[in-house]
Design a protein around this ligand. Structure first.
Ligand code: MN
Length: 484
């Protein structure tokens, strides 16, 4: 049944891709707008690849959100064809209201569409239109992949970008953190073409690229007590189990340099630590499905999770241009810039976490079902999402973390993260944030496990109250035989 839906989606997306190309060619240029996260950057990379290979001019901008203000500015320009990537489906009302009759918009997105029918100048590709779940089975870049793939002449690395985008949006929710649905269809095509390899290995960042003790120190998902964020702890653990830190040539050893025997010992030790620690991480999280780009020569860019993190750092630190160039296969100096951004990004996240966890009474507000990071923590708005994610992975007792960050104009940006399953139940955080934001006269929504909102600063109390009510309501309904 779902196969049929998938086939219909694939056929439809390819048709829209053809229409986009025809429109862009007849206009001579197309205006592209994409979202500032890994998935958005991969989507932008795929769209750029599609337009470059077909020799169509385009003007690309990466934005945080399609707000009324942002749309107004875009529509002030003279471009008549617009291509929205990894955004737009949640702003259909706004687009319909504001779009002049002589403009056409193409939306290639995977967020839940605001409504089914749209006016004739708005063309939308979205897995939800075919009953497919855009929160786990296909990302924005996956949607872009199916939209553009039949119009690509070379399409080198197109599958890779579809996969990295899905990883960036945390759609790796199947066994061993693997991809599913149409995402795994992209993986299959990549494997057939000989550019992608799947492998199950320790779930550690920097398998090919980082000294092992450093890689362990930087692993936060799963959170390993005494090792995550603790270089000395990581070195001690390796010494204890007799793993040499340096190889015979004097270079730091990486996870990929370990013998099977060493890897086995390390895995056992890590599982032991997790089981005895008071974190939520499950021992099974220590293994993960890894997606490897066989055509990539650089170790730092070969693993999909690592590539995704680098792109994320580029976006979050204000250099989406570096990210898009990486997606397009540009190497050389750009790689150095990206690696510096990653270092800065990790350091900033670690500093924030340190700050929050050192003064929990000052920066965290504990509610029955969730925990709030107070705006007093002064976390940069582009980093509040990742900080919430990491905090959730470290707090055993909570199902939801709500991060609140101040932005300009007296507004608050809210970024929530929820566990898929907690004490046998799950909630829809997108719905909860939408309801919370509604009560606070703001906007909100998103996916089940990751969602966001924007409200005025003086409305935080009302927002939290409505959010709490909605979460409790969802949990109560879950008792009555609703979705587990
Ligand atoms: Mn996305």
């Amino acid at each position: 049944m779902s196969k049929e839906k998938e086939d219909l989606f694939i056929k439809y997306s390819s048709e829209i891709g053809k229409t986009i190309l025809e429109e862009a060619e007849s206009e001579g240029v197309i205006r592209c707008i994409s979202h500032l996260d890994t998935d958005g950057l991969c989507s932008a990379g795929l769209a750029s690849m599609f337009l470059l290979e077909n020799e169509v001019k385009f003007h690309l901008t990466i934005i945080k959100q399609l707000t009324p203000g942002a749309l107004k500015e875009i529509l002030r320009e003279k471009y008549r064809a617009l291509l929205l990537l990894d955004l737009g489906s949640g702003q259909l009302d706004l687009l319909e209201k504001k779009l002049p009759v002589d403009r056409k918009v193409f939306i290639v997105d995977h967020h839940p569409p605001e409504k089914e029918r749209v006016n004739v100048n708005i063309h939308q590709v979205n897995p939800y239109m075919f009953g497919l779940d855009g929160s786990i089975h296909l990302s924005g870049s996956g949607t872009a992949y199916f939209t553009f793939k039949d119009q690509l002449r070379r399409g080198e690395g197109a599958e890779w970008l579809g996969i990295v985008g899905a990883i960036g949006d945390q759609q790796d929710k199947s066994e061993y953190s693997s991809l599913s649905g149409l995402n795994s269809e992209i993986v299959k095509i990549g494997i057939e073409k000989g550019i992608i390899k799947e492998e199950i290995d320790l779930n550690i960042f920097g398998r090919f690229s980082r000294p092992l003790h450093k890689a362990l120190e930087y692993t936060f998902q799963p959170y390993i007590p005494g090792i995550s964020g603790d270089e000395v702890g990581a070195v001690t653990l390796l010494r204890d189990i007799g793993v040499e830190l340096k190889g015979v040539n004097g270079d730091w050893r990486k996870l990929s340099d370990l013998t099977d025997e060493e890897k086995k010992k390390l895995t056992e030790k890590i599982i032991e630590r997790i089981m005895h620690g008071e974190t939520f991480s499950r021992p099974s999280e220590i293994l993960a499905m890894h997606y490897v780009n066989l055509k990539e020569e650089l170790n730092t860019l070969r693993d999909a999770r690592e590539f995704s993190t680098i792109l994320n750092a580029c976006g979050k630190l204000g250099r989406p241009d570096v990210g898009v160039l990486l997606c397009l296969g540009v190497r050389g100096e750009i790689v150095g810039e990206a690696e510096e951004l990653l270092i800065e990004y990790r350091k900033t996240l670690a500093d924030y976490l340190n700050k929050i966890l050192s003064f929990p009474n000052k920066y965290l507000v504990k509610k029955e079902e969730f925990i709030v990071i107070s705006p007093k923590a002064e976390i940069r708005d582009t980093l509040i999402g990742p900080v919430s994610s990491i905090l959730l992975s470290q707090l055993a007792e909570k199902r939801v973390v709500i991060g609140v960050s101040r932005v300009d104009e007296g507004k608050l940006k809210i970024s929530g993260r929820a566990r898929g399953d907690f004490k046998g139940k799950s909630i829809d955080l997108g719905l909860a944030l939408r309801e919370g934001a509604k009560a606070a006269k703001g906007i909100g929504g998103g996916h089940r496990m990751a969602a966001g909102a924007e409200i005025k600063q003086n409305k935080l109390g009302e927002f939290i109250k409505a959010l709490e009510e909605n979460i409790k309501k969802q949990l109560a309904e879950g008792d009555n035989g609703g979705e587990p």
